[in-house]
Ligand binder design. Structure first.
Ligand code: 1JT
Length: 253
């Protein structure tokens, strides 16, 4: 499905990462992959994983740093000359903003969450476009907390709502360039991001009880859906938020 396609994966931290599920699936479908890491602690965990998929490159990148993005895309241009897809699997909020009262979110905390979790997609898109002459595909990761209130998700829910809106605006903007922009709204998965979040294990149990499929989704399953969305099989799908959550989102009471 992804034979002769070249994809950049941003957000691989370790073997629990959603980005890892996506990387494995994309590799299985024949994609050539390149990866980024934020710092040396993350590099240590992700490098062996990326190498096991015969990564064409592993570059440092801080999505909040313009110079770092410039260097990344200069590297990609030199190495590949073109780009077929980008996986954006990045989000951040301060721990203090992922608990308690949303109304108490600080200006700085709000800014940090929005910049890292939302603007970073726009920043990547800007630089990917010139490498996608013949079209391409951008994919980001969202979560149900963008649509309905999920206790403690707080500022990330607001950021994910902005991320999903950004997917639509980017899709409209880049459609004439034959660049598709989509998101997967994943069910809860125990990743590095989810670790240390108070009550996360209870959330997983509740999901298993309430979701139509009576279980939680895996990063590998999100990966399979992601591989489809960035492939030509999804050539008419853009601006879409695809729920890959064992059906959790359809349940009311
Ligand atoms: C971030 C974190 C983004 C955790 C995230 C996330 N998207 C989903 N999760 C898991 C999650 C987190 C909370 C939650 C439900 C799911 C942490 C680091 C910043 C980015 O609340 C019920 C808080």
């Amino acid at each position: 499905m992804l034979q002769s396609k070249r994809g950049l994966i941003v957000g691989l931290a370790n073997a629990n990462s959603i980005a890892w599920g996506i990387a494995e699936a994309a590799h299985k479908q024949g994609a050539e992959l390149g990866f980024t890491y934020l710092n040396s602690a993350i590099e240590k965990r992700m490098r062996p994983l990326a190498e096991s998929l015969k990564a064409d490159f592993i570059y440092p990148c801080d999505v909040n740093d313009e110079a770092s993005l410039e260097a990344l895309f200069a590297g990609i241009k030199e190495k590949w000359g073109k780009l077929d897809f980008v996986i954006h699997s990045v989000a951040f909020a301060q721990g203090e903003d992922l608990k308690g009262r949303f109304s108490e979110t600080s200006r700085e905390g709000f800014k940090i969450a929005m910049e890292t979790s939302v603007y970073s997609l726009v920043a990547l898109a800007q630089r990917a476009v010139p490498l996608m002459d013949e079209g391409g595909s951008l994919l980001t990761l969202s979560y149900f907390g963008s649509e309905k209130v999920v206790q403690n998700y707080n500022v990330m829910g607001v950021a994910k709502a902005a991320l999903e809106a950004s997917v639509r605006y980017l899709a409209a903007d880049l459609g004439p360039n034959n660049i598709r922009v989509n998101a997967i709204s994943s069910g809860a998965i125990k990743t590095l991001s989810a670790r240390g979040i108070h009550g996360f294990t209870d959330m997983l149990h509740l999901t298993q009880e309430r979701a139509p499929l009576k279980r939680c989704v895996t990063a590998q399953e999100v990966g399979e859906a992601a591989a489809f969305l960035v492939s030509d099989a999804a050539c008419a799908i853009t601006g879409e938020i695809l729920h890959v959550d064992c059906g959790y989102n359809i349940i009311g009471m």
